[in-house]
Write a protein of this length. Sequence first.
Length: 124
Amino acid sequence: MTPATPALIYAACSALPITMQIGLTFGAPWGRFANGGRHPGVLPPAWRALAVVQGALLAAMAWVVLARADIIAAQVPAPVFWGAVGITALSLIVNAISPSRPERFLWTPVLLAMTAAALCVAFR
């Protein structure tokens, strides 16, 4: 398997939480699916700003994985790529132990797929 396939899987999977973060930013009442479900409806303004940061970070990580797989013409230093892999794996762990059951059930499988895909790109 070429690294393109898992990189595309990573990018496709990351589109889901990016979309959710955009929705949270604009007031979608999906708080039970984020940040441990602390705010089950619409997030307060500070948490909505955090959703912008989280969405941007997810997009940047997808870009890094796509670049590492040579789908995007960019040179990414190895520590940056491994940082993206580490954040993805850490996110998997955090979501798997989230006190929010909806968050656990929705994001654990997505982040498991993202982590596996990133590792496939890493060890191509």
